[in-house]
Design a protein around this ligand. Structure first.
Ligand SMILES: [Ca+2]
Ligand SMILES: [Ca+2]
Ligand SMILES: [Ca+2]
Length: 443
């Protein structure tokens, strides 16, 4: 017992030392005068100055604003983050603009998974098209993010970013990241040749929306010998040749030792002259793939039934507002395969990854888990109010009972579906009992 206590004391001391040495550097384009980066009041005005100061273990935190920069991690294992990386409003307003002067963010390739890029909009990046002299080399890949020179790809973590409007020869959005790429929206990027969204990304690619990207071949993911799971790969286009969605997933050059897999993904609405969804890749499993006839365990080819695939603006070609959540009728609900990593993971909405859907406690295919949350509060007037968010369904029928085993359910009211996303509620005036049960049927 004594030995255990002393071991714990030592661990505690180490933690405190770590905390003391890890510094935070502040960046805010709106400060009147640039400081030394040690506080918001003394913030740097440019992100690169924060990175230059940081050492391994440090955090560089960036206030909302538009930063016209081409940022380089310089091999450092640091966290570069916006103020609220899981808040999409903040992400949309914390912008690094590459100004078509190279990749927006460049990694040296020596970073490990503790190097994190989180919570930014990365746009307007490109690489110089000098690929003829050195295919896969510097400047040829990664309009949004360049992850290093082959074969030394960065193991950095790229999460919670909106990567849009970038262009390059290979990997318009991201090139050469072998770390985790998760919870990103990667839309409307383009590659002159391959991988409109991602090229040569070889780590774990999970929980991403990859939509509306384009390339000559493989408009979505090209040469990504990765573990690809629970992502939506939708509406990507290969202008010529094969594979709007996935191409050459299992044929990564340069002998990078990873076995690719595609699991629990929605691969839909991608276009190309031949093999529009998947070409020359490992056989997907537990995926929803348009027109799929290629076999593989538990794949389905039924329409995924997205909530609003063209978004509030009703334009399918503007991708940032498109809603790829699942309708109640979606065949993707509970149709994936549960895996160990999901136990602590969240879906694209930041909520538990595995939720009881229509039939079983099974993960859904795609980036979002279907859930129907009903709020319930007892008002001061001793009435009970139930509230939920409207989905595009026919009707909601509310039933109640005071005793689930002895009494039949009493139908209280039926509410017809209104505007999608709008609030719906019902107040029960008879809530004087200490115990009452409610049932909401969605039809
Ligand atoms: Ca719409
Ligand atoms: Ca739209
Ligand atoms: Ca489920």
């Amino acid at each position: 017992m004594k030995a255990i206590v002393s071991a714990m004391s030592v661990m505690l001391a180490v933690c405190i030392l770590d905390a003391a040495y890890a510094a935070t550097w502040y960046v805010d384009a709106s400060v009147p005068k640039a400081g030394d980066g040690t506080s918001w009041e003394k913030a740097f005005k440019r992100i690169q100055l924060g990175i230059n100061k940081a050492v391994d273990g440090d955090t560089v935190i960036v206030a909302q604003g538009t930063y016209v920069e081409n940022v380089n991690f310089q091999g450092k294992n640091i966290v570069l983050t916006s103020t609220q990386p899981t808040n999409w409003d903040i992400v949309a307003k914390t912008i690094i603009d590459g100004n078509k002067a190279g990749s927006v963010v460049t990694f040296l390739g020596t970073e490990d998974e503790t190097s994190v890029l989180s919570g930014f909009t990365l746009r307007n990046g490109n690489g110089t098209p000098t690929f003829f002299s050195s295919a896969w080399g510097d400047g040829t890949g990664g309009g949004g993010i360049f992850g290093g020179h082959v074969p030394d790809l960065t193991r950095a973590t790229v999460e919670n970013n909106l990567i849009t409007g970038n262009a390059c020869v290979f990997g318009g959005g991201v090139f050469g990241v072998s770390g985790a790429i998760r919870n990103n929206v990667i839309v409307s990027n383009s590659a002159v040749l391959m991988g409109g969204a991602l090229a040569l990304c070889t780590g774990v690619i999970e929980n991403n929306i990859i939509a509306g990207n384009s390339g000559y071949c493989s408009g979505g993911l090209g040469h990504c010998n990765a573990t690809v799971r629970n992502s939506a790969v939708v509406g990507n286009t290969a202008a010529s040749f094969h594979a709007g969605g996935f191409g050459h997933l299992g044929r990564c050059p340069y002998g990078i030792p990873m076995v690719g897999s595609i699991t629990n993904c929605i691969i839909w609405g991608n276009t190309s002259p031949t093999d529009p969804q998947v070409h020359d890749s490992v056989v997907p499993t537990y995926c929803c793939i348009q027109d799929w006839t290629g076999g593989g365990e538990a794949n389905i080819a039924l329409n995924p039934a997205f909530v609003d695939p063209d978004g509030p603006d009703d334009d399918p070609n503007t991708y940032e507002d498109n809603d790829y959540r699942l309708l109640l009728a979606s065949p993707c609900i509970d149709a994936g395969i549960n895996e160990d990593w999901m136990a602590t993971a969240v879906d694209f909405d930041g909520k538990p990854r595995i939720v009881l859907g229509a039939s079983s406690l099974t993960v859904d295919i795609g980036a979002y888990e279907y859930r129907f949350d009903v709020g319930i509060v007892r008002n001061a007037e001793s009435s009970v109010e139930l509230s939920w968010t409207m989905r595009p369904v026919t009707s909601y029928t509310l039933l109640s009972t005071f005793d689930m085993t002895l009494q039949p359910w009493t139908e209280e009211t039926t509410i017809f579906g209104g505007k999608t996303g709008g609030p719906a509620s019902w107040i029960d005036p008879d809530a004087s009992s200490s115990l009452k049960f409610y049932r909401l049927e969605v039809k």
